[in-house]
Write a protein that binds this ligand. Structure first.
Ligand SMILES: *[C@@H]1O[C@H](CO)[C@@H](O)[C@H](O)[C@H]1NC(C)=O
Ligand SMILES: *[C@@H]1O[C@H](CO)[C@@H](O)[C@H](O)[C@H]1NC(C)=O
Ligand SMILES: *[C@@H]1O[C@H](CO)[C@@H](O)[C@H](O)[C@H]1NC(C)=O
Ligand SMILES: *[C@@H]1O[C@H](CO)[C@@H](O)[C@H](O)[C@H]1NC(C)=O
Length: 449
């Protein structure tokens, strides 16, 4: 009996020690989180990358070690680019907000905008309450210096900017380009994960321009080659730019293959009289000649009015809901497609930190029900199917995090913590593991949750 008591005492001692160790590690790492890191984010166009400031010294060995770990294994950032010209400020900001609400990994926005929009972007983005989760860099509309003058003459500057992203963002490996009229209804992480599914020849991913050839534009009207049966839409374009920069492209201008930086100008010169939709047409021509390089994702990743205005034709969205909404032709701002407009307004109306069910989902559903007299309104449920799931997943992630950390640091229930917790979790993993071995980890979590 005495022996048993001694063993029990020993066990209890071990458990308490590992608990204390775990909590001290936790406290250390929380202190080290770049919480007050305004100045550490990329604000300065001259310093893209937004590197984190070095942690302060003298926090003891484990802390230093962990800091070293952070330095050598920074959380992978997802890079999102957009080109904003004219009256697109509010629309762009709404798109960026939708990306922030659901995403898990940190985001780096590359915003190409006309000079007069820069101040407003800066003011708005600096107000976003997502320290450490969101980085951004503002750029002027730019062309590669060799041919800048020529390009500006031939093409409206904003329209062709996206073609040059692989050449301008030389240090970025992969990038999701989106039009300003995009809304994310699920984490950016999910479309980003397609990059990992590319086979060895694929360099970019896009959705088809149409599901229904009878109403397709390219197959009926185009005076140039285009990809596949109905062409591709470039409003949501995922690129492995490392591969784009390396590839030699087959083409119908010379018998030799050309690199991205060499192909654009000849292509434009040859087709400029025949193209209608600008750079999207050039991309179609390019992937017509190099079809093995394109990964095609289904229509619910780039859902446009064409998918419902003549009756629903995006089968994948009917089954799983819309993942990324693309309100092209200005439908967020007029009354032609109230279903699209309602989603836009709901996200615009939503304030960060508010409850997503009461402040986003419910008002949206009410508005959508008023649009059932339109073709798109008849399938309004596909507009909230994935959104509902994304909100549920987000809350599940958050409550899982809260359970572990609430009592330790007295966190509030703001969305801010979502990424914070994600990082702490990944970061602290070895410690938690140690705690589990100590045998008290689960007990603590349950008791304080
Ligand atoms: C442009 O369109 C015209 C009329 O359809 C066609 O004859 C011509 O071959 C096209 N040009 C190119 C470069 O494809
Ligand atoms: C992009 O392609 C390069 C070269 O194949 C590869 O090293 C890199 O990991 C790819 N990026 C992503 C995010 O998959
Ligand atoms: C990669 O996938 C594309 C599209 O399915 C295909 O055309 C291409 O042949 C594939 N490449 C390899 C190396 O399998
Ligand atoms: C957004 O706010 C406007 C103005 O307050 C309101 O009229 C509209 O119904 C709201 N829309 C949604 C979808 O919440």
């Amino acid at each position: 009996m005495r022996r048993f008591a001694r063993v029990a005492l020993l066990c209890l001692g071990c458990a308490v020690c590992s608990l204390l160790y775990g909590l001290s590690q936790l406290a250390l790492s929380l202190e080290q989180e770049p919480g007050g890191g305004r100045d550490t984010q990329a604000r300065d166009p001259a310093a893209p990358g937004g590197r984190r400031r070095a942690g302060s010294a003298g926090r003891g060995e484990a802390g230093t070690e962990r800091y070293e770990y952070m330095k050598t294994h920074p959380p992978e950032k997802m890079h999102l680019a957009v080109v904003a010209c004219g009256e697109r400020l509010e629309e762009t900001v709404t798109m960026l907000r939708s990306a922030i609400i659901f995403s898990i990994k940190p985001l780096h926005f590359h915003i190409f905008a006309e000079d007069q929009l820069h101040e407003s972007f800066k003011d708005t983005l600096d107000e976003f309450p997502y320290e450490g989760k969101v980085y951004y860099t503002l750029y002027p509309i730019t062309f590669p210096s060799e041919s800048a003058a020529e390009w500006k003459k031939l093409f409206k500057p904003c329209a062709s900017q996206r073609l040059f992203l692989p050449l301008i963002l030389k240090n970025v490996d992969s990038l999701l380009y989106v039009d300003t009229d995009i809304l994310f209804l699920r984490p950016v992480d999910d479309i980003w994960s397609f990059l990992g599914k590319f086979n060895s020849t694929q360099i970019a991913a896009m959705a088809p321009e149409h599901e229904e050839p009878r109403i397709g534009w390219y197959n009926r009207f185009a005076r140039h080659p285009y990809y596949g049966v109905t062409g591709i839409n470039s409003g949501v374009m995922l690129m492995n730019m490392t591969r784009i920069r390396r590839k030699y492209f087959k083409n119908d201008m010379t018998p030799v293959r050309l690199q991205w930086r060499e192909i654009l100008m000849p292509l434009l010169k040859k087709y400029k009289l025949n193209i209608t939709w600008g750079d999207q047409d050039l991309l179609n021509i390019m992937f017509f000649h190099n079809p093995e390089s394109l990964y095609v994702f289904p229509c619910q990743w780039n859902y446009r009015p064409d998918h419902c205005i003549y009756g629903s034709n995006c089968k994948a969205a009917e089954e799983e809901g819309i993942f990324i909404l693309h309100g092209n032709r200005g439908v967020y701002h007029d009354d032609k497609q109230p279903t699209f407009r309602a989603v836009y307004e709901a996200i615009k109306n939503y304030s960060f930190g508010d409850d997503l069910v009461h402040s986003l989902l419910q008002p949206l559903e009410q508005e959508l029900q008023k649009t059932m007299h339109t073709y798109c309104g008849r399938v309004y449920k596909v507009f909230i199917k994935q959104l509902t799931k994304s909100i549920r997943d987000l809350y599940a992630r958050r409550s899982k995090g809260r359970l572990m950390f609430d009592d330790v640091q007295g966190f509030e229930s703001s969305v801010l913590n979502q990424y914070f917790l994600y990082k702490v979790t990944v970061f602290l993993h070895p410690t938690l593991y140690g705690l589990k071995i100590g045998g008290v980890h689960l007990g603590i979590v349950e008791n304080t949750g």
